[in-house]
Write a protein that binds this ligand. Structure first.
Ligand SMILES: [Zn+2]
Length: 425
């Protein structure tokens, strides 16, 4: 059988047998080519050195793996000027030299890798009857030709993390097409300079406000206009405002949280606020002690790395503490609004009447127009702060706890002072 519509083959290749081996189909293919071009000198040779077999994977058939047992030759090269004396038969229409996948299967894996990444491509390939590893998918992607950069007028330059905090590269983006056009292995001035020197047509460079890219752009493309990109401008502005507000807390006029209406301000919420303030104070004092410890170790000559390891802190945290002078300031934390806020009174009322489960409350709240999910009701602090005793920290409702009808009442006792509506001192 020279060929079949199910497995079209190049000229002079013949199918000489098909057999099943487990969940795999093996197709034996013989090459009848008697001459081949030497890859070293491009001269043809008919001097056969030997025969051997290759076993590449082919496209799957009806969900089963297909392997080709390909019988090919080695040839002598008699050209005295050629460094190769023996070379293997080339069949570029079917398979690349040394490849274990046919060209058709390689193209399929590349397409899946582009569409789904290495992990997704591997999983999809397995479903289709192709057994490849993630490394094979990645290797196949690396074989794809890189599209040329072409002519660009405006380019954006920024860094990205190969491994955050350890190694960074540079990404270059065509600001007209909004496409990534190249990436560089590092973020050094020299790399930027060399890349830009190959593109004298660039008219504008948008970059962050760091010195590395400014120097690289000035040296590599002195003709281009440099500007700070919008994201970095906004981020710098945000950082500056945040830093100012942290150091000038008194400049912020006291305001009432938008969602906390008059009706929700009860003695209980006063208690809750005081409890949170006490916890914040404890946390702040603990943090202040750690800062003093870091500064003391720094005065003793211990490196930042050593301090971070000793105190189990991130190196960035140690650096931040050392850069700050004087006592640290307490950062006010703002409460995030919740979808439960409009139903606060109802939750208090229901809790004082009964010991509902989260699922019951969720159903009742939905009838009252609650748009959130069950997880919000489960994650909420229960009971509402009107019943939280001072000595107990509210916890999440777990499914296990929820199965007990009296789960809440077992964990929380109603405080008499709260019943009377008195505020805690
Ligand atoms: Zn040769």
């Amino acid at each position: 059988m020279p060929t079949t519509p199910f497995l079209p083959l190049p000229e002079d290749l013949e199918i000489i047998g098909v057999r099943e081996a487990g969940n795999q189909v093996e197709i034996q293919v013989l090459s009848h080519r008697s001459r081949c071009l030497c890859p070293g000198c491009s001269l043809p040779s008919q001097a056969i050195h030997s025969y051997y077999r290759r076993h590449p994977m082919e496209l799957p058939c009806t969900g089963r793996r297909v392997r080709i047992v390909l019988s090919v030759k080695k040839f002598f090269c008699h050209n005295p000027d050629c460094p190769r004396k023996v070379f293997t038969e080339r069949i570029p229409e079917l398979i690349e030299p040394s490849s274990r996948l046919t060209t058709r299967l390689r193209a399929l894996i590349q397409a899946m890798g582009v569409a789904f990444n290495a992990n997704g491509g591997t999983r999809l390939a397995e479903q289709m009857g192709v057994q490849v590893s993630r490394r094979t998918v990645l290797f196949s992607l690396h074989l794809l030709p890189v599209p040329p950069v072409g002519q660009i007028k405006r380019v954006g330059i920024d860094d990205f993390a190969w491994k955050r905090g350890v190694r960074y590269g540079t990404v270059l983006i065509d600001l007209d097409s909004h496409r990534i056009i190249d990436i560089l292995a590092d973020r050094e001035t020299e790399s930027i300079k060399q890349w830009l020197q190959f593109h004298p047509e660039i008219e504008m460079i948008s970059r962050d406000r760091g010195g590395v890219y400014a120097d690289g752009a000035a040296q590599g493309a002195p003709q281009a206009i440099q500007c700070a990109d919008r994201w970095h401008l906004c981020k710098n502005l945000g950082d500056a405002v945040e830093s100012y507000l942290k150091h000038h807390p008194l400049a912020i006029p006291a305001s009432t949280p938008a969602l906390e209406t008059k009706e929700t301000v009860t003695s209980a919420s006063t208690y809750e606020q005081r409890r949170q303030q006490r916890r914040a104070q404890v946390t702040f004092e603990r943090k202040q002690a750690i800062v003093e410890k870091v500064r003391e170790m720094h005065r003793q000559g211990i490196s930042g790395h050593g301090i971070a390891a000793e105190l189990h802190l991130a190196r960035g945290t140690v650096r931040k503490y050392l850069q700050t002078e004087g006592p640290i300031r307490q950062t006010p934390r703002t409460r995030q609004p919740s979808l439960l806020d409009p139903h606060y009174d109802y939750l208090c009322q229901r809790w004082n009447e009964d010991t509902p489960t989260a699922l019951q409350l969720f159903g009742e709240l939905q009838q009252r127009g609650f748009q959130g999910k069950l997880s919000i009701v489960k994650d909420a602090r229960y009971p509402p702060s009107s019943r939280t005793p001072r000595h107990e920290t509210p916890t999440k409702i777990t499914d296990h706890q929820e199965s007990s009808p009296n789960a809440f009442s077992k964990r929380v006792a109603l405080d008499p002072r709260e019943k009377r509506g008195e505020a805690y001192p």
